[in-house]
Design a protein around this ligand. Structure first.
Ligand code: NAD
Length: 335
């Protein structure tokens, strides 16, 4: 069966890691047809827009996309293309699995957890204004609908994947209305999943516990901002952003992308780790029902990691982005 997929190379290191992922996915033998569209700085230079309508239309048509990171100016300039895409396509669940890999240096072992980050509301609604000249205000939006659907997505995932526990992170002791609503919705939905343990942690305590005993956590469900911050923390538990993939899921549309950004200082150097994007592609294959090919790519990655000759700098090696991808392709074709 052929799958038509929107491919967004992105900015900075995006085109390098996306082309590496594309080669690996193709080498798995899955029949993929790519529709390449540009967004971000690259699109701005070519057509004067950061998020051309054709990008949204392509994803809506194909229903599945693989995306490289896109640069967002800090403190000024255009709004985040990533946030706009997630809001426009109602990609409400940002799913980010973290696990240790063989031969990937980490201070921890036995980490295997999945973050479900609410992806469309919270402070990311982007409703900000100045109050006079010397104060600024940002509005935090939390809705029943948004909170219930992210909780349900996390519990459904737990049920389908044999996970035992879902933990909500919040600051409902201080933000009694917004985070309070998020937490109440979490426990309402939990009642539909009696076989799965449901509990919660105040977000600062959760950050501490993740650093002290991450192996005790299983599935985490978090509002947007806490989810963003703890995602990078969890990437740090398993070897860094180079090995951390992600998916943005809506009702019938999905965009797969690594957690990391466009790392401009490494752009064009063929140096960064392609695994996060390759693993995002593996999540995409699973979503498309290509489970056997996804598993083969995972095994090929494990072989290359164990072999140890073709690792990028962040994993302690000196292979380039494309050399690491080549090694995975070679492994795949010899399986
Ligand atoms: P970043 O994730 O781009 O990079 C931070 C550091 O992490 C890098 O300097 C590098 O040391 C390391 N790193 C990142 N990816 C790596 C890889 N594949 N292999 C090895 N090391 C890697 O974060 P940043 O510097 O804060 O953000 C840069 C830009 O990316 C900003 O414009 C930001 O808005 C954007 N961003 C985009 C997305 C997205 O598109 N979804 C996500 C996060 C950040």
């Amino acid at each position: 069966m052929q799958h038509k997929v929107t491919l967004i190379p992105g900015d900075g290191i995006g085109p390098e890691v996306v082309s590496a992922a594309r080669r690996v996915l193709e080498a798995s033998g899955v029949n993929l047809e790519w529709e390449v569209v540009e967004a971000g700085e690259t699109a701005l230079k070519k057509c004067g827009e950061v998020l051309p309508q054709e990008v949204i239309e392509s994803i809506r048509r194909n229903k599945v996309a693989l995306k490289g990171p896109i640069t967002t100016p800090v403190g000024t300039g255009f709004r985040s293309v990533n946030v706009a895409l997630r809001q426009e396509l109602e990609l409400y669940a940002n799913v980010r699995p973290f696990r240790n890999w063989p031969n990937v240096p980490s201070r921890y072992q036995g980490v295997d957890l999945v973050i479900f980050r609410e992806n469309t509301e919270d402070l990311y609604a982007g409703i900000e204004h100045m109050v006079g000249e010397d104060a600024a205000e940002s509005i935090k939006i939390i809705t029943r609908k948004g909170s219930q659907r992210i909780a349900r997505a996390a519990f459904e995932y737990a049920r389908k994947n044999g996970r035992r526990r879902v933990t909500a992170g919040h600051k409902a002791n201080i933000m009694k209305l917004t985070d309070g609503l998020f937490l109440r919705c979490f426990y309402e939905i939990a009642q539909e999943y009696p076989e799965i343990e449901a509990d919660d942690r105040i977000i600062d305590n959760l950050a501490l516990q993740l650093v002290q005993k991450p192996e005790q956590y299983d599935v985490l469900v978090l509002p947007n901002l806490y989810g963003d911050i703890l995602s990078d923390l969890c990437a740090g538990l398993v070897g860094g952003l180079g090995v951390a993939p992600g998916a943005n899921l809506g009702e019938d549309v999905a965009v797969f992308e690594p957690i990391h950004g466009s790392a401009p200082k490494y752009a064009g150097q063929n140096k960064v780790n392609p695994l996060a994007t390759i693993l995002s592609g593996v999540m995409m294959l699973e979503y498309l029902g290509e489970k056997e090919a996804a598993e083969r790519i995972r095994q090929a990655i494990v072989q290359v990691l164990q072999d140890g000759r073709y690792l990028t700098y962040d994993l302690g090696g000196n292979a380039s982005t494309q050399e690491m991808a080549d090694a995975i392709v070679k492994q795949l074709t010899s399986m």
